[in-house]
Design a protein around this ligand. Structure first.
Ligand SMILES: *[C@@H]1O[C@H](CO)[C@@H](O)[C@H](O)[C@H]1NC(C)=O
Ligand SMILES: *[C@@H]1O[C@H](CO)[C@@H](O)[C@H](O)[C@H]1NC(C)=O
Length: 258
């Protein structure tokens, strides 16, 4: 450092040296009178110089190592609400509720007349002796639906269902064989073995399952051409039939067929 010192600094040093030199001026009186530069040079080799001034501050050092992680900060403010989630599964069925109030009164239904069928007929006198033909009952006790035809002497079924038929005949004068027919087949027989001097009663009754169009009547059988079936104003012979249970069809108009 001393070697690179500028001349100005060297001059200052020499002055300082010269100040010290005055202390030993007595012993070097001769030298003091010589050239100043030479004397300064001589001193340089001798005593070490005083330390120089501090240099200018150096550049900043490199960054230090990363420090330890700090404590967690305070929680931030609450965020906005998220989107609604998907609907959950269907829950179990609830308990059965209380019974509801009674409903309104329904409209009045159609009359039961279409399902009514009955007749009760009588004889007005001694029957004709006709055989192989229905006995014609022409005295009407009841035949409102006219399901009994007093021309043909046959009941014709208009409403399918279960029917009851009965007959009560007054027999006078002759043995009488009478039968109930259904569509040409005998279904019930009555034999009255008449004895002179009496008025007999011949009767019978059956339940029949009829379809629409079936025909039922009373007729003599065994090729009898004459019989004792009798009636007058005080003694009746009757033929009666009526519907017990209609068979309700899916199409009610079928029940009204005549
Ligand atoms: C009546 O006859 C019909 C037709 O033959 C039949 O379908 C029905 O079952 C019968 N009813 C009874 C009670 O016998
Ligand atoms: C019919 O009945 C009446 C009264 O019961 C009786 O007087 C009369 O004799 C009967 N007719 C016949 C033919 O028996």
């Amino acid at each position: 450092m001393v070697l690179t010192m500028k001349p100005a600094w060297i001059a200052v040093l020499c002055v300082l040296m010269a100040a010290r030199l005055s202390v030993s001026l007595e012993e070097d009186t001769e030298l003091a009178e010589q050239d100043g530069k030479e004397r300064c040079a001589r001193w340089m080799r001798g005593v070490p110089g005083t330390p120089g001034f501090d240099g200018i501050p150096g550049q900043d050092g490199r960054d230090g190592r990363e420090g330890e992680k700090g404590d967690n900060g305070e929680p931030g403010p609450k965020g906005p609400n998220g989107e609604p989630g998907e609907a959950g599964d269907e829950g179990p069925a609830g308990k059965r509720g209380f019974p509801g109030n009674p409903g309104l009164k329904g409209e009045s239904g159609e009359g039961s007349f279409p399902y009514r069928s009955a007749f009760s007929m009588g004889l007005t006198g001694k029957t004709s002796s006709a055989s192989r033909a229905p006995i014609r009952f022409t005295k009407a006790f009841y035949n409102e639906q006219h399901h009994y035809d007093d021309i043909s002497g046959k009941f014709r079924c208009a409403i399918p269902g279960i029917y009851y038929f009965t007959y009560h005949l007054t027999i006078n004068g002759k043995e009488t064989k009478v039968a109930m027919f259904k569509n040409g087949q005998t279904v019930a027989f009555t034999l009255d073995q008449f004895h002179n001097g009496n008025l007999d009663q011949a009767s019978g009754g059956v339940i029949l399952n009829l379809s629409a169009g079936d025909e039922v009547w009373l007729q003599l059988y065994d090729d009898v051409f004459d019989a004792g079936i009798y009636a007058d104003t005080n003694n009746d012979s009757t033929f009666t039939g009526f519907l017990l249970t209609p068979k309700i069809l899916s199409n009610p108009t079928d029940n009204r067929r005549r």
